[in-house]
Design a protein around this ligand. Structure first.
Ligand SMILES: CC(C)(COP(=O)(O)OP(=O)(O)OC[C@H]1O[C@@H](n2cnc3c(N)ncnc32)[C@H](O)[C@@H]1OP(=O)(O)O)[C@@H](O)C(=O)NCCC(=O)NCCS
Length: 398
């Protein structure tokens, strides 16, 4: 079995196609030559290639990729470069799969751009070429995740315990009787303990018992009855209300529950976010997935990101792209922590707030907020409106 990327010319072609940083290519070529010349390394490489690129058995958990002891002993700190080359060796198979699915080369190249970002990150942090984001990139290589315009998507079953409802067309909306409920409403997950303020118990990730919230938690109730649903409504910024409501099925329909198919959204770096590019990308996704994977109809757009830390609405001005992006989604409780935001705003390079850079508005605001004892935690969110309505923040209308 020939592995195409062990051929130096083909390696350069594939790396250029997906825009691997040019300065990384000589290191990859050197690794390919070393693997080809060493029977023991080549055997491990082949076995890994067969397991991943050919049989699709990728590491799918969020855990470090286990390196073979022989690779580690032969290559030391260059072991991750060996595995980067092995992952890149799946590119021809991935492209074949794209062709089978009828997906364009442009989408292939856009999707694989994540390699470029993370290869460069690795170098910037350590001063040598390699790779660390193995648990992320298998989705790209196995045609699960696609970048369509500004954003990336994949189909997943919804795992959340919240349920979502839409007011039926024509159902009366007596604001005084219903407490001015919006047209979409989420009811809280009855299995998630909540703080007094309606966020998840444990949000903010207290580091120790003594940091743990002193206030007692409460458990939201939820009841599905033949004539409707009773539960605690969640506000669009992610807090469950203490007072339960009843949603009669004559007026409300259930539109999302655990197990339903949703589009899981990811935000690659690069260009700023705006309603036009995000809406355009989402329109593309709604056309793409049912066409490429017939029979799949996503019921909502789902996203879990540091950009949904509700505190951003206080830290940044309302016109900031991050705040506008967040307010497009209906957030719900989850016990997140500051780590998610920290890793994307400062990164591994700056673990210590005392020496973290203050060069952007967000970085200054986060550092000042944390220094003043403020908490930060991420939340998941859902979107139910159409792509052309991106920018209207419909869940925030009273
Ligand atoms: C998505 C992204 C382009 C948004 O940036 P943006 O459009 O500039 O957003 P805003 O208008 O809200 O920015 C407000 C301020 O925060 C800063 N900011 C935004 N994202 C930042 C980040 N990740 N790190 C540091 N500062 C950031 C901006 O530079 C700006 O400050 P400035 O006026 O001093 O330059 C940017 O966050 C990004 O590239 N992120 C990386 C990808 C990512 O985080 N994906 C999500 C994975 S879950």
């Amino acid at each position: 079995m020939d592995i195409e990327l062990l051929n130096p010319d083909r390696l350069v072609d594939w790396c250029s196609l997906i825009a691997v940083p040019p300065a990384a290519i000589p290191a990859l070529r050197e690794m390919a030559a070393e693997v080809s010349a060493d029977a023991a390394l080549l055997q491990v490489f082949r076995a890994f290639h067969e397991q991943t690129a050919l049989r699709g058995e990728w590491l799918r958990e969020w855990a470090p990729l286990p390196f073979d002891p022989l690779v580690e002993s032969r290559l030391g700190e260059r072991a991750s470069l060996f595995y980067l080359l092995a992952y890149l060796s799946a590119l021809p198979h991935a492209w074949q799969n794209y062709q089978r699915l009828g997906v364009s080369l442009e989408i292939f190249k856009d999707t694989m751009l994540d390699f470029r970002f993370y290869i460069q990150d690795y170098y910037d942090l350590r001063g040598r070429w390699g790779y660390a984001q193995f648990p992320w990139i298998w989705r790209h290589l196995s045609s699960v995740l696609f970048r369509l315009g500004r954003l990336q998507y994949m189909l997943i079953p919804f795992q959340g315990g919240v349920t979502a409802y839409r007011r039926r067309a024509g159902a009366s909306h007596d604001a005084s009787a219903s407490g001015a409920l919006p047209e979409i409403l989420l009811l809280a997950d009855p299995e998630m303990s909540l703080r007094q303020d309606g966020y998840a118990y444990g949000a903010g990730n207290p580091q120790s018992e003594s940091d743990a919230p002193a206030a007692p938690s409460w458990q939201p109730l939820f009841e599905a009855r033949s004539d409707g649903w009773r539960g605690h409504p969640v506000s669009p910024n992610g807090r469950a209300a203490a007072q339960p409501v009843f949603l009669p099925s004559a007026e409300w329909e259930l539109i999302l529950q655990r197990g339903d198919t949703v589009l899981d959204l990811h935000i690659p770096r690069a260009d700023p976010l705006n309603a036009q590019t995000c809406g355009g990308s989402y329109a593309q996704a709604l056309e793409f997935f049912p066409r490429v994977f017939p029979g799949t109809i996503p019921r909502a757009l789902y996203c879990h990101t540091w950009m949904f830390s509700p505190q951003l609405q206080q830290l940044l001005p309302p016109e900031s792209n991050l705040v506008k992006f967040q307010r497009e989604f209906y957030l719900y409780p989850s016990p997140g922590g500051v780590g998610f935001l920290w890793s994307f705003v400062f990164g591994e390079k700056y673990p210590d707030p005392a020496s973290a850079p203050r060069d952007t508005f967000l970085r200054r605001a986060v550092l000042d907020w944390l220094a003043a004892g403020g908490e930060i935690f991420d939340l998941p969110g859902l979107m139910f409106h159409a792509p052309h309505d991106w920018g209207k923040q419909p869940y925030y209308r009273s």
